[in-house]
Design a protein around this ligand. Sequence first.
Ligand code: NAP
Ligand code: MG
Length: 473
Amino acid sequence: MREYLKFYIDGQWVAPSTPKTAEVINPATEAVSGRISLGSAADVDKAVAAAKKAFASWSQTTREQRLDVLQSIQAEYAKRQTEIGDAIMEEMGAPSGLAQGFHTALGAGHLATAIEVLKEFKFSEQRGATLIAKEPIGVCALITPWNWPMNQIAVKVFPALATGCTMILKPPQLAPYSAQIFAEILDKAGVPKGVFNMLQGSGAVIGTALSTHPDVDLISFTGSEGVGVEIAKNAAPGVKRVCQELGGKSAFVVLDDADLAKNVASATSSMMINSGQTCSAGSRLLVPKKRMAEALEAAKAAAEGVTVGDPKGNVAMGPVVSKAQYNIIQEYIETGVGEGAKIVAGGAGRPEGLSKGWYVKPTVFGNVSNSMRIAREEIFGPVLVVIGYDDVDDAVAIANDSDFGLAGYVNGADAAACNAVARRMRTGWISINGGYDFHAPFGGYKKSGNGREWGEFGFHEYLEVKSMLGYAP
Ligand code: NAP
Ligand code: MG
């Protein structure tokens, strides 16, 4: 049993102003795995005051001073990486291989990237008699989701630190453990007091107190569209900068010249990674209509080959995060059937042999039309919909016929054709034939948000631009 009852405020582990706790459930067992404290607006006031005070000195540090701090964090992170992986497995159910692998590697990757970017970043630029300076925006509230918990924290905290901002992190109640270890790492690494603060608690309480707080300058939020809108409204009277990283319903386009079976198989198994709980998942698979039967056969084999079970074991997929998430996914599966889509693999209920834990069957729907709800709404579970297209123009039109625009995937044999499709897709991040890059900006068009995280672009979110005219070179 884990007990994380204190918050990290002003360089100290402190009890909440008013004691209140919540149980954390292990989604693989449905059993209580530990307890956290839930904070209140009074705790937010303390954390914001600490961050505001620390901003005076942290914002004036040199690049080298901040690099030293980030490198100390890197050393501490490496020591605790296995513990973080265990925490992620327990809190949100990622299988051990994934939790110890990609989940923790993403944290390390963003840290290494922030260090590389900081070494070279231009904080000022002389243009004639004008100096354009980029300065830290101030006190930042960082509100993160549970699905890739360390990734989400890392893409916010490291650029905020690197640019000289101070911050309050509000991790999700569903994944509080990895955040707690993260705070311990920053404490050990010697981040000056007040620069980084961490409070646990409900979004409705802590998140609202942060979004409306007069001394918070920026809110960086990753999560659902509804909450993103609520935060923006709460932040509007204070004219805060609000960076929103929201959901998606991204298209995975397999072009006609691609090895169809191979690409459909890899698109299907990729969809099931993290139980489908990935904002950038390629959840709409677009294949040539005339080859639908071949595609569905490959998708069925791939989905049925995904091993599901106890995350401690050697499985490809664990449970989904919670009972609520399980129920939402089950409703979507029923909706898909009701809409006339054909279940090709999986379907309603738990996989055979699993009677406890929030396990979902890796599910594939065929004969899906892009107007169906299962093609328009983010399911956030291991559910893939396969849609047929007539030609490339039709594929692009279907891909773009979405309220979202977070990610996209284009696979094909002809590189120029892939590039052309990628250019026509109205989405912020597109992977062509498996391309991946920690330095590439990540963020959405349309209702997928307005921010750009990762690498150098992630730094810009935390910076104000100041013009000094008549500035003698
Ligand atoms: P969520 O329900 O929106 O919650 C995200 C965070 O916001 C949590 O820490 C939550 O706190 C907090 N929150 C809830 N209500 C709030 C309020 N009124 N004011 C301020 N904060 C509030 O999202 P989720 O269910 O955790 O995550 C899934 C969603 O995130 C999906 O839509 C997914 O696509 C999206 N996502 C997007 C990206 C991206 O980069 N674009 C990446 C990952 C995930 P509590 O839940 O602890 O109360
Ligand atoms: Mg939620």
